[in-house]
Design a protein around this ligand. Structure first.
Ligand SMILES: Nc1nc2c(ncn2[C@@H]2O[C@H](COP(=O)(O)OP(=O)(O)OP(=O)(O)O)[C@@H](O)[C@H]2O)c(=O)[nH]1
Ligand SMILES: [Mg+2]
Length: 641
């Protein structure tokens, strides 16, 4: 069952923790220092029964010095519970927390106007007007404002009802999305070991799962799972989970995350749509150092505006964030920016690309980013594939590199595959443009190779593969070549590839070389020279070897041994002579062959090797015997390779 997460917000001492206790019975200020100072320092958690739904409440500190904890608690919250003390009214952290809830994209807000026992009716009216005015200028305009008193126990049912009504609004979390649990606490329990807690942002976690820990990248085994102190077999999105994992605690901290086992990696570069609050003290300039709060992580970064030299307060634009440590991010994530010094909330925005390619700012680059930010999911998937180009995109990774959640992304992928907008090669997807370009490049390459090597009947696959750009995913070229073969645009010849109509042939420019070689070998008969012994003009001709191979394939020449080619007719006559003049069944020595063929040892050896190979003779130790006789004169039709 998916849960609901409610997060408090509001100025210090306005009564957040007291209200949570009045609602749930739990005192979330559990640290000794919190008890001593009477303030909240770190996040507190309690379970709230709203009848129709059980919610997890995250209680945050109001103190200015602990805003980092507040942001970690507010990230991933479904409903913000803004607590304003009626006697004090709207104060600085009331505003700042509201900005943070807004920047983090928290979907809904309920305001508790508390400590009403301390004010009279007239004052209460002023406080209501104060709060309503604050909401007026924000996304939360019209949110319910419920007067309560934690100490007198007044208005609590009305507040519960307001929260339950807000909770009933359709949420965005789906269980079949990718598992992601940003960690907000880490501790060790004797006998259990390392325990991490956090809100499951998406997906499901089971008590015996193997998950991936980011940014480390380790696979870790879960050995226990609890929700609000009760062991469970699995937990869905929106649950506050305590997870016992089989791993050392040492380098775990708030900001790490558990995600589904797979190729998700933490990243150090983000392209974001960022907004600077009107109250920000200075513009964002190239290389401005900022604190980035994303999910439960806080990391320093350099922020560089992409569509101008600087981003002014009150404006929004495309910004590249170079993080000083890798974080777990997903397209569509919201984040908060805080100034390095003085530490104030200055803005925030939405993650658009988690592993941006290196591209120059240009109108088309901004159109691409705008699609990723605002386009529908199919448009985002298509844009992502187009942008990945020759490298392609791992299909599973689209679930976090494209916003919208895995079910919507998978749906879009299926639709693209069905209508040819995308191609799948193994686990990698390519856009149709890349695919078509690859086909064009490889076909052109096959034509070019034939033109460059007219004597070669086909082109090695490797030569064609090399024609695609360096960053091409390995499997693409082969998949496209196979596709071209299926379409009849290429054919396989001895493992190499050729255009179906192409025949290797000696063109007019090589005809003289062919004549010269044929004349030379015909004249030599069986006393053939090795290629190295041919006249330099022949020997050194760049087309000699392909020509010899072609003449061999055409049957004009026979390859006796490496570098020894002989005229086919001469070889056929030699075979005839051996069969006719030499006794069958007897062991024959070199001298016997020399007598019949009249050749020197140097020329005899390649020929005899050839006779053995094509089965005219058979070796018996140092001697040979004739193989079963065949009609004289049938030279082997095809030569050896
Ligand atoms: N009279 C009255 N006092 C309240 C009420 N709610 C809280 N208080 C008092 O206000 C003080 C601050 O309350 P907390 O709940 O700790 O305030 P907080 O907002 O959690 O403060 P931080 O977490 O430090 O930001 C305490 O002394 C509470 O007893 C209320 O409804 N009426
Ligand atoms: Mg508190």
């Amino acid at each position: 069952v998916s849960g609901l997460v409610i997060g408090t917000a509001g100025h210090i001492d306005h009564g957040k923790t007291a209200l949570v206790r009045a609602l749930t019975g739990v005192d979330t200020d559990r640290l000794p220092e919190e008890r001593r100072r009477g303030i909240t320092i770190d996040l507190g958690f309690a379970r709230l029964d709203l009848g129709s739904v059980t919610a997890a409440v995250v209680d945050v500190p109001g103190h200015e010095a602990f805003i980092r904890n507040m942001v970690a608690g507010a990230a991933g919250v479904d409903v913000g519970l803004l607590v304003v003390a009626a006697d004090d009214g709207v104060m600085p952290q009331t505003r700042e927390h509201l900005h943070i809830l807004d920047l983090l994209g928290v979907p809904a807000l309920v305001v508790a106007l508390t400590k009403t026992d301390l004010v009279d009716g007239e004052w209460l009216e002023l406080a209501v007007a104060d709060v309503t005015g604050l909401l007026e200028g924000s996304r939360f305009r019209g949110a319910p404002v419920v007067p309560v008193s934690a100490s007198a126990g007044r208005g609590l049912d009305a507040l519960r009802q307001a929260l339950a009504r807000t909770a009933a609004l359709p949420g965005a979390r789906t269980a079949d999305d990718v598992l992601r649990l940003p960690i907000d606490r880490v501790f060790t329990i004797r006998g259990t070991g390392t325990v991490v807690t956090g809100t499951i942002w998406s997906g499901r976690l089971s008590a015996d799962a193997t998950v991936r820990l980011l940014p480390h990248g380790d696979r870790v085994r879960v050995r226990g799972l609890q929700i609000h102190g009760v062991p469970v077999a699995d937990a869905g999105a929106g649950s506050r989970a305590a997870v016992a994992i089989v791993r050392e605690r040492q380098d775990l901290e708030r900001g790490c995350a558990l995600v589904e086992d797979g190729p998700w990696e933490a990243v150090s570069r983000l392209v974001v749509r960022a907004r600077l609050l009107p109250g920000a003290q200075r513009p964002l300039r190239g290389r401005t150092r900022v604190r980035v709060h994303l999910a439960t992580a806080e990391v320093m970064a350099r922020a560089a505006p992409l569509d101008g030299a600087e981003l002014q307060p009150g404006h929004e634009g495309w910004v590249e964030l170079r993080l000083e440590r890798p974080v777990t991010a997903r397209a569509g994530d919201r984040f908060v920016l805080r100034a390095y010094s003085p530490v104030t909330t200055v803005g925030g925005g939405t993650v658009v690309e988690i592993d941006p390619g290196r591209r120059r700012p240009s109108p088309s680059a901004f159109r691409h980013l705008a699609t990723l930010l605002d386009g529908d999911v199919p448009a985002c998937v298509a844009a992502r594939l187009a942008d990945r180009g020759w490298s392609g995109a791992e299909r599973v990774a689209l679930a976090w590199t494209v916003r919208g959640g895995r079910p919507a992304v998978e749906h879009a992928v299926e639709a693209l595959l069905a209508d040819g907008g995308a191609r799948e090669v193994g686990t990698v997807l390519f856009g149709d443009r890349t695919w078509r370009e690859a086909r064009a490049v490889l076909l052109q390459g096959a034509d070019d190779a034939h033109a460059a090597h007219p004597l070669r009947p086909a082109t090695p696959r490797l030569d064609l593969r090399r024609l695609l750009p360096r960053d091409t995913a390995d499997a693409l070229a082969d998949a496209v070549l196979d596709d071209l073969v299926r379409d009849g645009l290429l054919e396989v010849r001895d493992g190499d590839l050729a255009r179906p109509g192409f025949r290797a042939a000696v063109g007019p420019d090589l005809a003289p070389l062919r004549e010269r070689v044929m004349a030379l070998l015909r004249e030599a008969r069986l006393a053939v020279p090795h290629v190295d012994e041919m006249p330099p003009a022949v020997r050194d001709h760049p087309s000699l070897w392909p020509l010899l191979r072609l003449l061999e394939r055409e049957g004009a020449l026979v390859a006796l041994a490496p570098g020894f080619y002989a005229d086919r007719q001469a070889v056929a006559e030699a075979v005839g002579a051996v069969r006719a003049e030499m006794p069958a069944g007897q062991e024959l020595r070199l001298a016997d062959f020399r007598k019949v063929l009249g050749l020197s040892r140097k020329h005899l050896l390649p020929l005899l090797g050839y006779l053995d190979q094509c089965g005219v003779t058979r070796r018996v130790g140092e001697t040979r015997v004739l193989a079963t006789a065949e009609p004289a004169g049938t030279a082997p039709a095809q030569s050896m390779k």
